[in-house]
Write a protein of this length. Structure first.
Length: 364
């Protein structure tokens, strides 16, 4: 049986200091992925680099705003990027397929399953999916934070065993990476407190930073998927992570041994698609967060309903301090839920099977 992994390659791994695409680095990573395929690994590659690729192709002699630059460079660069991947993988006798997606493509369960079906059939037929956000049209607030977020969603969606995030650092440090006395933390639990360790700086050519990586890593690990953060510029890093992990510098977020259902994985990554807010009282919040048993959210625990949603839509659940503590799939439409607030002996407002608690993924 093949192992299934998602590899995310960040902008800083594929980009030279002048902002153009590092083709040599790209070729080296392809060589490693080809080796993983020979070791019976199914690989989905989430690759940045389209904008850097476009930047190296065209010169602009007039001013463009940030959105126009992103659209132009990505439109031109995506073609070059995929052509390079095609040529490099073809040298190993491997075929690739392009998946350009947007955050809104995962907004409903039907769309989510359609995306999963697309990548599943590619893997079943020996094709390596190369995934990127469609930067030519994803220019609103409904964008992925960066490809870290996209890779986490993909890993969860296809049931990957591992997500490997390649950046330009060796992992999560117990201090500043520039401090010689600090070192890489080798293992972390999904609910580990990293407040004292994570810096807010973003990477030089990407949209995200280590805070985003850790937030995504924690969420994906809580779903039962191992997450590794490592330096993509380290020679042979992918092979070494698989064949001799103890000798290879990286940070691993240990997977939750209690894996969650496919539906809950979808809900876990649906924060941006919430159609409403359910306010609950202190007792209901305590029960949800601290109960040792599978617990649904009942109407008797709700105090207010915001928004206009249909039965089956994603809703956010907040406590009395307005802290979001869960996401769920509503068992009622908003109008009926408002009419039944506080009632006993009704079906759950959000059934446990469609409820994802955020208690282990909200904090840094």
């Amino acid at each position: 049986m093949k192992h299934r992994i998602v590899i995310k390659v960040g902008s800083n791994v594929l980009t030279r200091s002048n902002g153009t695409l590092d083709v040599t680095q790209m070729s080296a990573l392809v060589d490693q992925i080809a080796m993983l395929r020979s070791l019976k690994y199914d690989v989905v590659l989430v690759s940045s680099g389209a904008i850097a690729s476009g930047r190296s192709e065209i010169k602009i002699n007039h001013k463009l705003d940030s959105v126009e630059q992103r659209q132009l460079y990505s439109a031109v660069g995506q073609v070059k990027l995929l052509n390079l991947y095609y040529d490099f993988f073809r040298e190993h006798g491997l075929k690739i397929g392009q998946v350009l997606t947007m955050k809104e493509n995962f907004g409903t369960r039907r769309e989510y399953l359609n995306q999963r079906s697309c990548m599943t059939v590619m893997l079943q037929n020996g094709i390596i999916p190369i995934v990127n956000e469609n930067d030519t049209v994803s220019v609103t607030e409904l964008m992925f934070t960066d490809n870290d977020e996209l890779s986490g969603l993909i890993a969860s969606m296809i049931g990957a065993e591992s997500l490997i995030i390649l950046s330009n650092v060796d992992g999560i440090y117990n201090g500043s990476p520039s401090d010689p006395s600090c070192s890489v933390i080798r293992e972390l639990h999904p609910n580990a407190d990293l407040t004292d360790y994570i810096q807010a700086e973003k990477s030089g050519f990407g949209r995200g930073g280590m805070i985003t990586k850790c937030r995504i890593a924690r969420k994906v690990a809580s779903e039962g998927i191992r997450v590794i953060i490592a330096n993509g510029k380290t020679p042979n890093i992918l092979i070494n992570l698989i064949t001799k992990p103890a000798e290879t510098l990286h940070t691993e977020f240990l997977p939750n041994p209690d894996a969650i259902s496919s539906v809950k994985k979808w809900i876990a990554h649906s924060a941006g698609f919430s159609k409403g807010i359910i306010h609950i009282n202190h007792k209901a919040a305590e029960t949800l967060l601290n109960s040792c048993k599978a617990t649904s959210l009942l109407l008797v625990g709700a105090t207010a309903i915001d928004g206009d949603f249909e039965e089956g839509d994603i809703v956010s659940i907040v406590d009395e301090n307005q802290t979001e503590i869960a996401l769920g799939r509503s068992g009622y439409d908003a109008c009926e839920a408002r009419q039944l607030i506080g009632r006993h002996n009704q079906k759950p407002l959000v059934h446990y099977d469609y409820l994802f608690l955020l208690k282990d993924t909200n904090s840094n």
